[in-house]
Ligand binder design. Sequence first.
Ligand SMILES: Cc1cc2nc3c(=O)[nH]c(=O)nc-3n(C[C@H](O)[C@H](O)[C@H](O)COP(=O)(O)OP(=O)(O)OC[C@H]3O[C@@H](n4cnc5c(N)ncnc54)[C@H](O)[C@@H]3O)c2cc1C
Length: 401
Amino acid sequence: MSTPPHALIAGGGIGGLAASLCLARAGWRVTLLERRRLTEDIGAGLQISPNASAILRELGVLPRLSASALAPKAIHVRRGRDGVTLAQLPIEHAERRWGAPYLLAHRGDLHRALIEAVAGEPAIKIHAECALVGFTADDNGVTAAVAHGAERVSYGADCLIGADGVRSFVRERLAEMQGRAADLPDRARHVAWRALVKSNKVALELRQPESTIWLGPGAHLVHYPLRGGRLTNVVALIDDPVRIDWTADIWAQSGDPHAIAARFAGWDQRIRGLIGAAEDWRLWPLVERDVAWGSGRVALIGDAAHPILPFLGQGAAQAIEDAAMLAKELKACAEIAPALVSFAAARAPRVARVQRESQEQARIYHASGAFAALRDLAILTLGRRIIARYDWLYDLSAAPA
Ligand SMILES: Cc1cc2nc3c(=O)[nH]c(=O)nc-3n(C[C@H](O)[C@H](O)[C@H](O)COP(=O)(O)OP(=O)(O)OC[C@H]3O[C@@H](n4cnc5c(N)ncnc54)[C@H](O)[C@@H]3O)c2cc1C
């Protein structure tokens, strides 16, 4: 019996864990390296759209999420200045329309559900608190240098998958190996302010089982219930050019509650109340980079390959789609490097469209003046029919195979 091929995956976030599962199911052996501890409950709310939940269901992850995730009844679009309802888009029938549920979950809960599923796969070995710090790659395979505290360990594998997030070491090192400068941007055009608020501090009207989006000039605010409704996830996305500090932990920068309150001062009093109820704000500059898929026996997935503005809530979903396509191409093709080329070719058009439409959504959501008035009129006129705008994205059976 021949030994199964072996993949080394750098990064045990949503993309890396999903890729481990998909590859193990495709008959691969996987070594997964994660520089953090696996038990950290970090992040806040994630929207798990049907294109991602369909894959999670196939991987057996969905039942592990059912106790903590919530299926909202609607997406409620409101005008920021006075709270007027522009549309209430029904998504409780997501399963019927798109073939899989639409869920709201804490990132930590999805992360945990994936880790539990990985723990049941003997073909996957996870090494936590192990950072990839170097690698070489040629036609025969890859060799990786890994730091575990002061210890240095070397691993050999048939390919390396960089699932190491927006500040990808794999991407940076590949650029260096190819004599290119790393293309880390130093500025972001938008900033997300995120907070988790205890729901008993939130007005009853804002505690509905729906995802509510308030639109205003240069900003919008999204809130939805999490963890059985005990928490309310609040995210304000603001046009605000900022410098990105890559030395800081991008997920742990705190924000001044007075600054966010001042930014939303002219908005509906219910929004001001919600902002006032949040104690701990986290700032998240929204990184934009060109798409890069890797080369030879090294592939990039998720945020490492293509950070996506969160205006369509697709960062995690596209990482999960990458994972499924990667395993499909590696299973279908006997040669690794050509399989990785096919993977990139298969994913590129869809990812480009998601990036493009996320940018367009930003322009629409943050409109001001006459354009905003037209937008509101169009939403009011179209009403529930707007939901059809998302069919291409949410229905995986309609996406290119
Ligand atoms: C801490 C954190 C919190 C987040 N919170 C939210 C949130 O609340 N809401 C939201 O919508 N999105 C959140 N995201 C982003 C969202 O999870 C991602 O956009 C999306 O899931 C894409 O996932 P990814 O696997 O490509 O990248 P990520 O989820 O960023 O995962 C990358 C992983 O790689 C690890 N890593 C990095 N470098 C190395 C290295 N050299 N060696 C080994 N491991 C390495 C990181 O520790 C991380 O676990 C968060 C991401 C992180 C890392």
